[in-house]
Ligand binder design. Sequence first.
Ligand code: KG4
Ligand code: ZN
Length: 354
Amino acid sequence: MSQREPLILGIESSCDETAAAVVRGGREVLSNIIATQHELHEPYAGVVPEIASRAHIERILPTIREAVREAGLRYEEIDAIAVGHRPGLIGSLLVGVSAAKALAWSLDKPLIGVDHIHAHLYAGLLEDEPVTFPALGLVVSGGHTSLFLMKDFERIRVLGRTIDDAIGEAYDKAATILQLGYPGGPRLDKLAQLGDDEAYELPVSMLERNSLDFSFSGLKTALLYAVCGKPEGRGSSARMPRDASSLSDLEKADFAASFQRAAAQAIVRKLRRAFKQHKVKTLLTGGGVTANSRLRHELEQMAAQRGLDLRLPRMEFCLDNAAMIAGLAAERYRAGAFDDWTLAASPRSETVSS
Ligand code: KG4
Ligand code: ZN
């Protein structure tokens, strides 16, 4: 790579990972440091926003220092500071945005604010070749399940999104129903590999005929009733007749495999529908659930059948990370599209709806 390729420090703090990374030229990842907070949120079986922001404050500076050190650089050698500034938990985002502004100001370097969802779509380009547009983009994470039509990384249109739970949220709730602990997605994935995916028939929601929206709450409720039985009584006195502790290990694995099959099918069938409506040959994917073994396998099969350029992120770039932030920021750096000190954290993405 030529020496003029920009060296960008990326910062990510939108949810429960404090992350910093240095990426050269949008592709070459020189460091990718992730300080996870899972142990802090585990007792609550979900992310507690106040705990998350406090932990970001404690971890952000050591994480940034480690990323710069591991990249073998001095701060002055970095060309720009990029930060995921939306969407996410506002208190968490503010920590990353404040750190990025302080660094950019003190080093006299440009500041680049990046949309976290768009960065997930970029993750499959890290350590890989550029792609041809237009493309379909799929983000499947704990907070989002969305399908996009992309002319490039600046012109992104929402084709569909979940009308209830995000797929990662459904995975985490399914894991809670099966008493697998937190975070549930990876544990359910592991257990599913020991089970029979046809043991239980769970619903695959497709919504109306041409809809590209997703729905996962029906699948989650079907699993709840299959494992625990239908609730007895009404309102606050309603009780589930049993729980997952009455299941054998094999039964749990069968439920996990059957859930995973239905969840992956919901994504793949919706993608087939999207490819009928939009003649594109590139599929960019990202978000924590792209780490799921079943979904990866099915997406690879679909790409092989259709001759798609499928970009599944490497495992270390599936979950929240800062390499994807620094990578996407290189596009903005080349265009000279920098932010000023008014860059604000925002809980929402500003991607245009269809
Ligand atoms: O992208 P991410 O780190 O955070 C958000 O932006 O939301 O995604 C986290 C989500 C969690 O719901 C987690 O359970 C899920 O990704 N996840 C998985 C797997 N690894 C992480 N879900 C299914 N299978 C996995 N292997
Ligand atoms: Zn994410």
